[in-house]
Design a protein around this ligand. Sequence first.
Ligand SMILES: Cc1cc2ncn([C@H]3O[C@H](COP(=O)(O)O)[C@@H](O)[C@H]3O)c2cc1C
Ligand SMILES: O=C(O)c1cccnc1
Length: 348
Amino acid sequence: MNFNITSISNDELEGKLKHKIDNKTKPKGALGTLECIAKQIGLIQNTLEPSIQNPTMIVFAGDHGIAAKGEVNPFPQEVTSQMVFNFLQGGAAINTFCNLNTMNLSIVDAGVNFDFKDVEGLIDAKIDYGTKNYQEQPAMTPQQLHAAIERGSTIVKEHQSNDCNTIAFGEMGIGNTSAASLLMAYYTGIPIEDCIGAGTGLQEAAIQNKINILSKVYNSYSPKSAMEALATFGGFEIAMITGAILEAAQLKMTIIIDGFIVTAALLAAQAIHSKVIDYCIFAHNSGEQGHQKMLRFLDKVPLLNLGLRLGEGTGAAIALPIIQSAVSFLNQMASFEDAAVSDEVVKR
Ligand SMILES: Cc1cc2ncn([C@H]3O[C@H](COP(=O)(O)O)[C@@H](O)[C@H]3O)c2cc1C
Ligand SMILES: O=C(O)c1cccnc1
C-alpha cells in the first residue's frame, strides 16, 4: 500500500513553460486559466510538449448499508444496480458526454448489492454486496479497505499500460452523499452539519433529518487515521476511487476531479499522500452545497460552475475539451517569432 508520489514542482521547466506560453501570439496572460492548465500538464509530464492520450472515465459503483433504510436518500438502493445497467446500455448522462468528447468509459462493480453474474462490459471488482450500515458498525473492515484501494490501483495501471495518460473518475451509489459528508467532516475539520446537503433532492425538513442522523453517526466514532476514517464511513466505490487517484498520481497521469463524492475520495487520498493534489485539475463546482467548502479547503478554483449535482463523473467529462484546448494551444499556436508578429508593447 506504499505509493511513491513526487511533487511536480520543477523551477527550471516551469520557467521554460512560462517562456513558451508568453511567446505565443497573444498578449501575456490572455489565455487565462488555460495557461495554468498548460503549465500544470507540462510539469506533470515533464515536457514542453505534453499530450492528452486516450482520456478515460472510470465509473465505480457501490452500495451503502445505510441506504437500505431510505432515511438519508430519497431514491431506493436498487437504483444503483439499475443505473449500472443503464451505463452498460449507453443511456446515462455520463455515456452521452463521454461519447461527445471521445472519452473511453469503463464501468466497475466496486460493491453493488446485486449479483451481476457475468454481464458483458462490467468490470468485476466487487468487494461485497454493499457496505455495512455505519449506524451500527464500521462500513468496511480494514481488509476490505485494502482490497478496495488495491483494486482501484490495479484498474488504473491497466489503463495506463494501454497508453492512457489522462484519467477521471465517476461514481454511482445511492446514499453516497452521506458517506462523502462524513468523510469531508473528518478530513477538513468542518462541522458535520455544514458538510451535509440535499443529495439527490431532499427537501428542507428531510435535510434536517439527514443532519440529525449523520451527526449522531459522526459523533459515535473517533477514527485514529485517514485509513480508519475511510473504512468507517465507506463506501467501496469511494475507497476504490481513492486507490485509483493515488495510483494515477504515482504514474504521473493528469487526473480530472469531478464533484462532491470524487472530491471526498481525493480528500482521503490527500490525507494519505499530500502530493497527490499536484496531479489534479478540478472540473466543476457541484450544486451539492458542501463541494464549494471542500474546494475552498483545498484552495482550488474549478473550471466550471454549471450547477451540476449528478455525479457519475459528468462534470469531469464536460471539462475535458477545456483541458484539451490548453494542451493544443501550447503545442500548436505560433510564437511571435514563428509568425513574424511584433511582440513590442507600444509605449505612449
Ligand atoms: C437516477 C439517478 C442517477 C444518478 N446518477 C448519479 N447519481 C448520484 O446520486 C447518488 C447520491 O445521492 P444520494 O446520497 O442522495 O443518494 C449517487 O449515486 C450519485 O452518483 C444518481 C442518482 C439517481 C437517483
Ligand atoms: O457532486 C456530486 O458528485 C453529486 C452531487 C449530488 C448527488 N450525487 C453526486
